[in-house]
Ligand binder design. Structure first.
Ligand code: 7UC
Ligand code: FE
Length: 293
């Protein structure tokens, strides 16, 4: 196994057979993802069953709260896909096109995410974008950082609900109410400490963060708008272009990500497996989910 850190965000992983990954390699890879925030494995060949088996060695795979995202055979695989399988719609198209951290809108967010491209459109147009949120906090103008260090933010994903065939004839209000019954949103500190590294990170996203709690709405919107304008600057964005055989693995405590989206008429499919690593998302947050070991 070879792990080569990049100058910027992330590290490349080669010379590894993930079907036969050892306990020692799993430990080293988890250390590496906490260190480098993002790992990109190359030359990966895994069947769907192999992929789930591999992910189980890293922690407890998540079952996404909406079952229409699930792979027909493997509930642990979250399917982002616009190509029918056996004539049927499978998964959801156009997921994650906003800056976010996975499950940030739940009381217990998702620590680690694997994403494996399965169908990659030509022209290198398809990819996943990342922001380093440790660097973002370090570089943030002090007048904004000062406000955020003691702030708590409200997180909600309802505006990204993708209307499904079974939603036909329901009202928008009804759909939002239904969404909030299982995913009512959550409050989290705007700056989180890492439970395993001595590293604070900014934990707000333009996708999910609604407001700073206890602050007049206009002021809260002004602060958040300024923060997002700063952290989303083009020179801060890391682009990972998809290639078949790549597997992406990142630490949601330290990066935001978003999908590049798919160009009109192009085919795209990727399989995500989220993993709970058995450690609080940030110190003091209890581990309560049924997804835990
Ligand atoms: O369809 C999507 O964009 C999914 C998004 C609302 N949530 C992914 C997650 O785990 O936070
Ligand atoms: Fe995501």
């Amino acid at each position: 196994m070879k792990i080569v850190p990049r100058n910027s965000l992330g590290a490349d992983v080669t010379d590894l057979d993930l079907r036969r990954v050892t306990a020692g390699e799993v430990t080293a890879l988890k250390e590496a993802v906490y260190d480098h925030k993002l790992l990109v494995f190359h030359g990966v060949e895994l069947t769907d069953a192999d992929y789930v088996t591999m992910a189980r060695r890293f922690g407890v795979p998540q079952r996404y709260f909406q079952s229409h995202y699930h792979h027909p055979e493997w509930k642990e695989i979250f399917v982002s896909n616009n190509v029918p399988m056996g004539g049927a719609k499978v998964g959801v198209a156009g997921t994650g096109r906003m800056w976010h951290s996975d499950y940030q809108f739940f009381a217990e967010p998702l620590p680690l995410t694997f994403v494996m491209p399965r169908i990659v459109p030509p022209l290198g147009s398809r990819g996943t974008l990342f922001l380093d949120m440790v660097a973002a906090l370090r570089d943030l103008p002090e007048q904004l950082a000062k406000v955020l260090r003691t702030a708590t933010c409200r997180q909600d994903a309802v505006y990204y609900y993708k209307v499904q065939p079974f939603d036909i004839d329901k009202g928008i209000g009804e759909l939002m109410e239904e969404f909030h019954r299982t995913a009512p949103g959550a409050s989290h500190p705007a700056v989180i400490q890492h439970p395993l590294r001595d590293r604070p990170a900014l934990y707000v996203s333009s996708g999910f963060t609604q407001c700073i709690e206890g602050m007049p709405h206009e002021q809260s919107q002004d602060v958040l708008r300024a923060v997002f304008a700063f952290i989303e600057q083009e020179q801060r964005v890391h682009i990972e272009r998809w290639q078949l055989g790549d597997l992406f693995f990142w630490d949601n405590r330290q990066v935001l990500h978003r999908s590049s989206g798919t160009l009109h008429g192009q085919s795209s499919r990727s399989y995500r497996i989220g993993v709970y690593d058995g450690v609080p998302f940030y110190p003091g947050l209890p581990i309560t989910g049924e997804n835990q070991p």
